[in-house]
Write a new protein. Sequence first.
Length: 152
Amino acid sequence: MGNLADNMEYYLKKLLALSASGFLEIKRKELAGKFNCVPSQVNYVLATRFTLEQGYMVESRRGGKGYLRIRKVDTDGWELPGGILQELQQGSFSAGQAMGIIERLLTGKYISMRESRLMEAAIKCISTVESEQLQSELRGSLLRCMIQALFY
């Protein structure tokens, strides 16, 4: 039998393949319980086996109603500049980081000026949320979703 990471990867990919919705939503704690490990080991598997470069988008929400959502994406043609795909794996972004990614997409001619303005407006709108941590998480989620919509 393989090691923990291999077994967890196989299990998650099998569940994802069987999913009618095209994504898998599972609780980190439940997954850790199933494999008799700690949640940080689940994080390791996700960070190393379910990256955008490997064709997966992972969304994570922590806390009591938290979840992991794994979606298989078609990354053919995703030749984005300078590590943007790696940056998108982060859970949250400051306003400056998000605007920097949008600017790099614009200057690289991956998006139009109109798309850039729409993305910036959506990111700026998040500043109305009081919690800075929630703002950062929302920026990350929104940025990943917008880029996925543009390039998927």
